[in-house]
Design a protein around this ligand. Structure first.
Ligand code: PLP
Length: 381
């Protein structure tokens, strides 16, 4: 306990700060690189989790050359740091097509479409050709053409194939349904159903293209747990780099894989009502919560030994803008005291990271992120 508290203390933290255990994040990256190689698929990690050029370089050091992002701005940010093969994995925003076309002159750029209108809008903007993925919905219900809507898949694929500005890259999907599962068997069952559905869509598109059509999938739970990936060409997980309480509860990582925590000062301890108050609220942790069984929502967990160990001391049971309330164990003297710094493991690392302008490694290195970047910074930073 002393060791961790000491390490955080040495960082000179005064207010809620996102701390990264770099060796652990690198271990998570190396593991996923090895998995993709073993599964025989291309690896295109999603960088929306960390949104940091510094962290991106850890991936590059592990041999990664292709990335996924979720906005044009994020694509420009990473392109400025030398990434030259980028997929923007959201259905293309036609209002940004000019910027997309401009960026496509500098890097190999992939975009997603799920309508003929989007394909027509791409064709109407001058600029380099785009690699176009047809977004397929395998049942999650967020974005994409329903996997069994043969008519629409056919009409969009035909539009892409005949467009002067588009090269058909393949079909792409993100199966967020794996997040509703707890345990390997559930994740594998949900994944396998989605994989079957994707093959049906792939056959339609391959037939029209008169050649094989590539298949790209995302999601950390399936990417972490599958033993084989027949019919898949590319893997785009993102969350695995830092992991979080959600992945641990699904069973797609262990608590010891969680590579970030928000260091929060203790503002008050109230043993009589079994609560402690942290300087660390929704603006530092995000409002994402976990609800397991009949218990209430958890917004993060205090771990007194992170990163040496990840045992949970107290869950955060309520959040307001800057306050976090933790339910401390009953009886005896509380293990935390007023003014102490504690590590809070996040429920959803992507959203938690997004709230912090920069991160601090346990060695005290400051990692800049897209939050402090403006386009005029270009390649610097
Ligand atoms: N691809 C797309 C389109 C996504 O939306 C996401 C995450 O939301 C991912 C890949 C990465 O998945 P995960 O966050 O499970 O790692």
């Amino acid at each position: 306990v002393e060791r961790t508290a000491g390490r955080l203390e040495e960082l000179g933290i005064e207010s809620p700060t996102l701390v990264v255990d770099r060796p652990r994040a690198v271990r998570n990256i190396e593991r996923m690189v090895r998995r993709a190689a073993k599964l025989g698929v291309a690896f295109r990690p999603h960088f929306k989790t960390h949104q940091s050029r510094a962290v991106g370089r850890w991936f590059r050091d592990c041999g990664v050359t292709a990335i996924t992002v979720s906005s044009v701005r994020m694509a420009r940010y990473f392109a400025g740091d030398g990434w030259s093969d980028i997929t923007i994995a959201m259905p293309v925003n036609v209002r940004e097509l000019r910027a997309v076309a401009e960026l496509a002159g500098d890097v190999k750029l992939g975009v997603l479409v799920d309508s003929r209108e989007a394909v027509a809008a791409i064709a109407a903007v001058a600029g380099a050709r785009l690699r176009v993925w047809i977004k397929i919905d395998t049942g999650y219900g967020r974005a994409g053409i329903a996997w069994d809507d043969e008519e629409r898949i056919t009409s969009v694929a035909r539009a892409v194939l005949s467009s002067p500005r588009s090269d058909l890259a393949g079909i792409l999907s993100h199966n967020g349904l794996t997040y509703r599962e707890r345990g390997r068997d559930g994740v594998l069952a949900v994944h396998s159903e989605a994989a079957k559905r994707l093959q049906a869509a792939r056959e339609i598109v391959s037939c029209l293209a008169e050649g094989d059509c590539a298949v790209s999938i995302g999601d950390t739970p399936a990417a972490s747990l599958v033993e084989e990936l027949p019919g898949v060409d590319e893997l785009r997980p993102g969350n695995f780099v830092f992991c979080d309480l959600t992945q641990a509860s699904i069973g797609s990582c262990s608590m010891e894989d969680i590579a970030i925590a928000v260091a929060c000062p203790v503002l008050g301890v109230y043993p009589e009502r079994e609560r402690a108050l942290l300087y660390g609220g929704a603006v530092h942790l995000s409002l994402d919560s976990l609800k397991e069984g009949s218990g209430g929502a958890t917004y993060g967990c205090i771990s007194l030994e992170w990163p040496e160990a990840a045992s949970v001391y107290a869950p955060i049971v309520s959040l307001s803008q800057e306050h976090g309330v933790a339910a401390i164990p009953p009886g005896g003297a509380p293990a935390i005291g007023h003014g102490q710094l504690v590590s809070v493991l996040p429920v959803h690392s992507c959203l938690t990271c997004d709230l912090h302008p920069a991160y601090l490694t346990l060695d005290g290195e400051r990692l800049d992120t897209i939050r402090g970047w403006t386009d005029s910074d270009g390649g610097a930073g």
